[in-house]
Design a binder for this molecule. Structure first.
Ligand code: NAG
Ligand code: NAG
Ligand code: NAG
Ligand code: NAG
Ligand code: NAG
Length: 502
């Protein structure tokens, strides 16, 4: 081949490569510019937790392109609805709807206007509504109709209001905490999905106003299928134990405690060993016996006034609380309480909501030993009402009145009810939040209903876009080097051939 021709071929090859390189470079610059102009788009989700004592709205946010990742959902806001739980609006259902509006208004300020129409919005109700439905299902329907109407007035994608079963409440709480801890699946920085060992999975302990839930991976077969939930998450099957005890939430339990103290007297004077000495209040029979958890005596006398006097007696308080639990296992080999099957507790547990709040009030959520927790509660239960008020001047009366009863109840529930021991006590961590997200069932509920926890581990790795970038950069570098080499070669060839022709 003549040298001149070789030079021409070299030049055209060089030109083609240069054009390719320029195109790749342009593409890269354009992608980079687009990425910079459009920061990873966020998606939002709203979940109302309609509990027995109050309602809260949780606003969650996550990057749209990482939808199925782990630990990427954050909590933007938790709005507490003022007033009581929606089940208290049984005789004024419209009031339940109206009560939600301030929090919905707040959400409309948080979620950008152009995204509101695609923001999935849920309302889940728990034990308070389970009880109302038991009492009068048409009243419960009316309350749901009104809250649905109120949410429907906002430009969100409302996906319904309903009552969660106790098992769902337990399971979703368990999913929430394990999702936040990334104990189900972990994504490394290279985008590789790994399953942490099942020992890393933690149990969930929840205490609400009307019910309490225990959920954990027992590691043995679950003998009673009504307490079993089979979940397939990220390609792994989990057979979890879960049970919800209706009427054993804090408010209902303390009401039942009061009723049992009333039933052992023949007078209208109730001596309350868990109320501080010096505390006194009047309640009516109607107020005390207003719940299906507390069977009314017959004949009923709703207008009768009862006088409750605190005696601040930790021994009697503890005994009275224990009487709320039937500790006989019946036909079951192992049980929780009231004859409900429960395998022995296993592994680490996260305790949240009421369990956290009750013990946190007495500074007992820092991993204190069981004996210190016991001693502190004991001591507090002997305090006079005046001392209690002086020590906690900013805490409201009801919380102060109930602090001894509530913390004693939490301890009895864990030890007698759920069968934690001196040995397993330190495996319970009391937390309000994990990764800045409130722990409860709401996040797990939303993750499930938006399919954000796939049953199979995704094939496509999360870090794909990053690796794209790396590949493009490497490609560009190789191209540039190639072009440079070719240009040098052809240039030298041209000059040498030029000399020849001279
Ligand atoms: C997440 O998973 C679901 C179902 O597995 C799928 O339809 C969806 O496209 C995935 N989303 C992303 C962003 O990968
Ligand atoms: C349930 O409530 C409705 C009013 O909403 C009332 O008419 C009805 O009698 C109640 N039913 C029962 C069983 O109490
Ligand atoms: C306690 O539970 C056992 C077994 O479930 C049952 O047989 C017994 O009647 C219960 N006792 C009371 C006082 O409810
Ligand atoms: C808890 O700790 C705080 C600060 O450490 C203290 O002010 C408060 O009095 C403690 N409460 C109790 C009940 O010990
Ligand atoms: C989550 O949703 C799936 C259906 O998408 C269902 O099969 C599964 O049981 C749900 N998980 C829980 C804990 O309810």
């Amino acid at each position: 081949m003549p040298p001149r021709l070789l030079g021409a071929v070299g030049w055209s090859l060089g030109a083609v490569l240069a054009a390719l390189g320029a195109a790749a470079f342009l593409l890269l610059v354009l992608t980079a510019a687009k990425d910079a102009a459009l920061p990873a788009r966020n998606k939002y989700g709203l979940v109302f937790d309609a509990g027995s004592t109050h309602t809260a709205l949780y606003i969650y946010r996550w990057p749209a392109d990482k939808e199925n990742g782990t630990g990427i959902v954050s909590q933007v806001e938790a709005c507490t609805v003022s007033g009581p739980g929606i089940s208290s609006y049984a005789d004024n259902p419209a009031g339940a709807g109206a009560s939600l509006k301030p929090c919905l208004d707040k959400a409309m300020k948080v979620v950008p206007a152009e995204q509101q129409r695609e923001t999935p919005t849920y309302l889940g109700a728990t034990a308070g509504m389970r009880l109302l439905r038991e009492q009068n299902s048409s009243k419960a329907e009316q309350v749901f109709a009104e809250v649905a109407k109120a949410i429907g007035e906002y430009p969100v994608e409302f996906r319904g209001a309903r009552v969660l079963t106790g098992n769902e409440e337990g399971s979703f709480g368990w999913i929430t905490v394990n999702y936040l801890l990334e104990t189900l699946v972990k994504v490394s920085i290279t985008g590789k999905w790994t399953h942490p060992p099942t020992e890393d999975v933690v149990g969930a302990l929840d205490l609400g106003g009307a019910s309490t839930q225990i959920t954990f991976l027992p590691g043995t077969t679950i003998d009673d299928s009504s307490t079993r939930a089979l979940l397939r998450l990220y390609g792994t099957n989990y057979s979890i134990y879960t049970h919800s005890y209706l009427c054993y939430g804090q408010n209902q339990a303390l009401k039942r405690l009061m009723a049992s103290l009333h039933q052992v007297t023949t007078s209208s004077l109730i001596s309350h060993p868990c109320y501080p000495r010096g505390y006194q209040e009047n309640i009516t029979m109607a107020e005390l016996y207003n719940s299906p958890c507390v069977p009314a005596p017959s004949p009923p006398s709703p207008a009768q006034v009862l006088t409750v006097v605190g005696t601040g007696d930790p021994v009697l308080c503890s005994i009275s609380i224990q009487k709320l639990f039937n500790l006989s296992c019946g036909a079951n080999r192992t049980c929780g309480f009231n004859g409900v099957y429960q395998p022995p507790v296993r592994g680490q547990f996260f305790a949240f909501s009421g369990l956290y709040h009750n013990l946190h009030f007495l500074n007992l959520t820092g991993g204190q030993s069981l004996s210190l927790v016991n001693a502190t509660i004991w001591q507090f239960c002997t305090w006079e009402w005046e001392k209690v008020q002086n020590e906690f001047p900013t805490t409201n009366r009801t919380q102060l009145r109930d602090a001894c009863a509530a913390s004693s109840y939490a301890l009895t529930l864990l030890l007698r009810g759920y069968k934690f021991s001196e040995r397993t006590w330190l495996r319970v961590r009391f937390v309000p939040q994990v990764a800045n997200v409130d722990v409860g069932w709401t996040l797990g509920y939303m993750l499930n209903l938006t399919n954000m926890i796939p049953s199979e581990a995704p094939q496509r790795v999360i870090g794909l876009q990053r690796s794209n970038w790396i590949a493009a950069t490497v490609l560009l570098a190789i191209m540039l080097i190639l072009i440079f080499c070719l240009l040098t070669v052809t240039c030298c060839q041209k000059s040498s051939s030029g000399y020849e022709s001279l």
